[in-house]
Write a protein that binds this ligand. Structure first.
Ligand SMILES: C[S@@+](CC[C@H](N)C(=O)[O-])C[C@H]1O[C@@H](n2cnc3c(N)ncnc32)[C@H](O)[C@@H]1O
Length: 105
């Protein structure tokens, strides 16, 4: 285990946060495990508005990793997250397009 990754995670600050905030408490862990494992390919199942997904992406950039990150969701919601409209997916696409240059390297 890399102790610097643990210290970085303790002070992790997300650059993109959207409603809902149900996963925000897990973001430091998400950041830590991404840097610790440094996968070639990362696939998130259940992205919703992107809080966890963008944390993984941000950690790839900040950690200088070369992981390719994919987001999968129906973007319809479920019984736990609640059902939601296309606006969630459209808002996610706007963030992806506006941050593409940052995330691409
Ligand atoms: C709790 S939310 C995910 C929270 C998210 N990771 C975050 O950071 O806020 C669960 C998501 O899983 C999605 N989902 C549920 N079942 C799914 C399935 N079979 N295939 C794809 N996505 C699914 C829902 O649409 C919902 O957006």
């Amino acid at each position: 285990m890399n102790l610097n990754n643990l210290l970085d995670a303790a002070s992790f600050s997300a650059k993109s946060l959207k409603f809902p905030n149900s996963w925000v408490g897990h973001l430091p862990f998400a950041s830590w495990i991404m840097k610790e494992v440094s996968p070639k390919i990362f696939v998130e199942l259940g992205t919703h508005s992107g809080n966890s997904y963008f944390t993984f992406c941000q950690s790839v950039v900040e950690g200088g990793l070369s992981s390719k990150c994919y987001a999968i969701d129906t973007w319809l919601g479920d019984e736990h997250a609640g059902h939601y409209s296309d606006e969630v997916f459209l808002a996610l696409m706007i963030i992806i397009r506006s941050t593409m240059l940052v995330f691409r390297d």
